[in-house]
Design a protein around this ligand. Structure first.
Ligand code: SF4
Length: 232
C-alpha cells in the first residue's frame, strides 16, 4: 500500500495534474487518485501551483541532464524480463551469447571458464575460513590441556595467549556515548567513517568543499551470485 508521504511525493501523477491544468485553464483544483486495487482502498493527494511550478522546473532540468548524458550504465530491474535489447546490454550480452552456442562451444567460452573457476575458489575460501576457525579452536583447547602457550609445528610455531577483553553490549552503547560526552572524552574515541563519507560523496550528499578533497578513481566490485533460473 502506497503511503501518504509517497503519494505526496509522486512525480508521475503530479505531471498528469500539470497537463490537466495546462489544458483546462478553468480547472480549480485537481485531485490525484490512486485506486489501490489489491487493498480495495483509494489514496489521494493534491499539489499547489507553486509545487507544480517547482516540479516543472526540476523535470526540465532532468530532461536536459538526460539529453546531455554520454554514459548509460545498465540499470537491472524486474523490467529486464521484458527487454528486447539484451543482445546489446552489458549485463545480459554474455548470457544471450552463450545461450546461442552449442554445449561444446559454451564450455570453451573464456567467460564461462572464469566464472566457474571463481565460484570454485570462493567456495574453497569459505571452506578454508570454516576450517581455520575449527583449527584455531583446537589450538586453544590443546594449549589449555597441555598448559603451554606456544605450540610447535615442523617449520612454524603458533602462540596462544589468553587475555581479557571488555565489550560494551549493544544495550549499553547509548549510555556509554552519553557518559563519554559528559566526561569530555567522546572525541577521543570516535573515528570518522571514511567508507561512509566516500559513499556519501559519491551520492553528492556532502558539501562541495569536503567533496573536493576526494580523489576520483575507477575500481571494480567483483561479486558472485546465482543465475536467475537457478534461484527459482
Ligand atoms: S536488459 Fe534492458 S532494461 Fe535491463 S538493464 Fe539491460 S538494457 Fe536495461
Amino acid at each position: 500500500m502506497k503511503s501518504q508521504e509517497e503519494a505526496d511525493k509522486d512525480r508521475q501523477l503530479a505531471l498528469y495534474s500539470l497537463w490537466v491544468r495546462n489544458h483546462f485553464k478553468d480547472a480549480r483544483h485537481v485531485v490525484l487518485v490512486w485506486h489501490m486495487l489489491a487493498f480495495n482502498k483509494e489514496m489521494t493527494s493534491e499539489r499547489t501551483s507553486e509545487e507544480l511550478k517547482k516540479l516543472e522546473k526540476e523535470t526540465i532540468e532532468l530532461i536536459k541532464e538526460i539529453e546531455s548524458t554520454k554514459e548509460f550504465p545498465a540499470s537491472v530491474s524486474t523490467l529486464c524480463d521484458y527487454c528486447v535489447y539484451k543482445n546489446y546490454c552489458p549485463s545480459f550480452r554474455h548470457e544471450t551469447l552463450i545461450e546461442s552456442k552449442p554445449i561444446k562451444q559454451f564450455e570453451k567460452d573464456e567467460g564461462v571458464k572464469l566464472v566457474n573457476s571463481f565460484a570454485v575458489l570462493k567456495e574453497k575460501e569459505r571452506e578454508v575460513e570454516e576450517e581455520l576457525t575449527l583449527v584455531k579452536d583446537d589450538l586453544i583447547l590443546f594449549s589449555k590441556q597441555e598448559k603451554i602457550d606456544v605450540i610447535y609445528g615442523s617449520n612454524k610455531k603458533v602462540s596462544v595467549k589468553e587475555y581479557e577483553k571488555f565489550i560494551i553490549e549493544d544495550e549499553n552503547k547509548q549510555k556509554a556515548e552519553e557518559l563519554l560526552k559528559k566526561h569530555g572524552l567522546f572525541e577521543q574515541f570516535t573515528l570518522v567513517s571514511w567508507a561512509k563519507l566516500n559513499s556519501q560523496i559519491a551520492e553528492d550528499n556532502i558539501p562541495k568543499d569536503i567533496a573536493k578533497l576526494a580523489k576520483k578513481e575507477k575500481d571494480y566490485r567483483v561479486s558472485l551470485s546465482k543465475k536467475k533460473e537457478e534461484e527459482e
